[in-house]
Design a protein around this ligand. Sequence first.
Ligand SMILES: [Cu+2]
Length: 150
Amino acid sequence: MKFLTYFFIAIASTLLVILLSLSSCSPTPQATPPPPAVMDHPATTQPQATTSPTQAPPQPSHPPTTATVKIHNFKFEPANVTIVAGETVQFINVDEEPHTATSTEGTFNSKALDTNQTWNYTANQPGSFPYICSIHPFMKGTLTVTPKKT
Ligand SMILES: [Cu+2]
């Protein structure tokens, strides 16, 4: 029967086409992602996320206070303070009212200090610096800064 022959030929050619198409597809596989980089010894590498609290470097804190001016009863106590250039004077307000230590020449200004609030001023410039409380200008003081000893 010629029909069966054609039928088988058709089947065979169809299979051949399918095989060819499959084989032509095979050289271009889907790009597979590279395997994740695995460290050779993951157990020996310690995570460095946490730092030891005992190894904290010394804080670069402000210079030590070498003079203290208490603001009390609407007065600077003492009203006259002398420090050496580079030293720090600390103002502390112990009044119930806010006060400031404000240089009349604009050299420094503590802004308003609430009760028991402190403010440190490190004076690097020698000179005599009168100051007031900008809220109560009748409060007066003078900060004297002597040149640094060499
Ligand atoms: Cu005041």
